[in-house]
Design a protein. Structure first.
Length: 457
């Protein structure tokens, strides 16, 4: 078999994140964007030591786990992967994927505790970063999600299952505004153009909407006109802030070199349980608010009795976990890299009448050395790539009897758990929650106990 050959593949399983695995003539075939038990006609695109890689040309037999997708963009949009799969099958598949990764990494788990489904499978996201581009080379301006298996092309969203109608309306008027004025998008390879991203955040509880337009510094249109157009929209929620962020960097990421408030404020208010949180433009907050409450309930349960205990909340974002558990603990100390998130966390603690929270701005790798108190429990909720190995060493050095690790990327989790396990920690409990339905992602909560304290853990 060679490149561009077409072969029939029976997909036996789908491994994280979306690698369909089949075998032809004893040779491993990897095909993305498929479902378990599908039979597909695939075209070979790459030959690697791990196996042949291919792309789907045609689905010959449908999976028993399939359903009809309700999204008109699903076949081309890169925003979702499993709109065509029943949610029960998706949950089961994700649980098997995480189990496979941890077993493969040699992680011994004392108690697997299943997976919780998201309370909402539709319109659940409270944040989306949309890209400007074109749907095909030299085509009309587009705004939405990157196309599948495409570095440049963008699908303009006219409907979507994971965000609500307010997002779609904001996309629609924005792309129309810039099309009429012939404002070009920023081209990633030529490094020219103006329009880069549109970030929309909407609170589930309050309905407040924060809109952030990200461009280069070459402004060739009226920001005032753009702002007014947004404010005239009849939305279900209410716009609490319109921002303009300038970014002349080469990387295709949302980054602020300068951010200006065009209207209102640079944050929105969200509620979890009986607490209020000020969420600023660039600070981390769980993207599925309803599911976040279930996630934090798992964290609370895993942490157990916190009375008279010191808790470290590392990678704390706007301090959501810290403040949720603060009422049960003696003291909670949080560390977060993004300074504006820490400022928001401190304001949130005051807003919620919590005096036993302390938040520190800086890199966990460096700031953890400044902590002199000994933690009874450490809560870890790191970015997708996991924890820096040097930071793990410092975390282990504290000798905390219990660690609760919250992970949104199981491959990073498996790697980090290996280090904890090699240094005397036992994986007591693992529970999953499908916080990102219809995508490849899944949230995992792990309880680790130090061997010396395992009987009390």
């Amino acid at each position: 078999m060679k490149k561009n050959d077409k072969i029939i593949v029976n997909i036996e399983e789908v491994l994280f994140p979306n690698k369909g695995i089949g075998y032809v003539e004893g040779q491993k075939i990897i095909v993305k964007n498929v479902l378990p038990k599908q039979k597909v006609l695939a075209r070979i695109t790459k030959k690697r030591s791990s196996g042949l890689e291919g792309v789907v040309e045609e689905i010959l037999e449908q999976s028993p786990f399939a359903q009809q997708s309700e999204c008109t963009h699903f076949s081309v949009c890169g925003g979702c992967t499993y709109q065509d799969m029943t949610i029960e099958s998706e949950n089961d598949m994700k649980q098997k994927q995480v189990m496979h990764l941890l077993e493969q990494a040699g992680i011994f788990v004392e108690s697997w505790e299943g997976i919780i489904s998201s309370p909402k499978q539709k319109a659940y996201r409270n944040k989306c970063e949309f890209s400007f581009g074109d749907e095909q080379k030299d085509g009309a301006l587009a705004l939405g999600m990157r196309k599948r298996q495409s570095y440049y092309e963008v699908v303009t969203l006219t409907d979507c299952n994971i965000i609500d109608k307010d997002y779609i309306d904001i996309i629609g008027v924005t792309v129309s505004f810039f099309q009429k004025r012939n404002v070009p998008f920023y081209h990633k390879s030529r490094h020219d153009g103006v329009l880069r991203h549109l970030v929309v955040r909407k609170a589930e509880a309050t309905g407040e909407i924060l809109v952030n337009l990200v461009t280069t510094s070459e402004i060739c249109f009226s920001l005032e006109e753009y702002k007014q157009m947004l404010l005239e929209l009849a939305l279900q929620g209410n716009i609490c802030g319109v921002l303009h962020t300038q970014n002349d960097g080469l990387a295709d990421i949302v980054k602020s070199e300068q951010t200006t408030i065009l209207y209102g404020r640079d944050y929105f208010i969200e509620k979890l349980f009986d607490l209020e949180f000020k969420v600023s433009a660039f600070s981390f907050f769980q993207t599925n608010t309803k599911c976040a409450e279930k996630l934090y309930n798992i964290v609370k349960e895993f942490a157990g009795d916190l009375k008279n205990k010191i808790v470290f909340d590392l990678y704390c974002g706007t301090g959501t976990i810290a403040q949720i558990i603060a009422k049960y603990a003696q003291k909670v100390i949080g560390i977060e890299l993004v300074e504006e998130a820490v400022n928001a966390a401190n304001e949130n603690a005051k807003r919620n009448g919590l005096s036993n929270c302390e938040f520190i701005a800086g890199d966990v790798l460096k700031k953890i050395e400044e902590l002199v108190q000994k933690p009874d429990v450490i809560i870890l909720d790191p970015p997708r790539d996991g924890i820096h190995t040097k930071a793990i060493d410092k975390i282990i050095h504290f000798g905390a009897p219990e660690i609760i690790y919250v992970s949104c990327k199981p491959t990073s989790l498996a790697r980090d758990l290996q280090i904890f396990q090699q240094n005397g920690y036992v994986v007591k409990r693992v529970k999953l929650i499908n916080q990102f339905p219809r995508t490849v992602h899944v949230e995992t909560v792990v309880k680790l106990c130090l061997k010396n304290d395992v009987l009390d853990c």
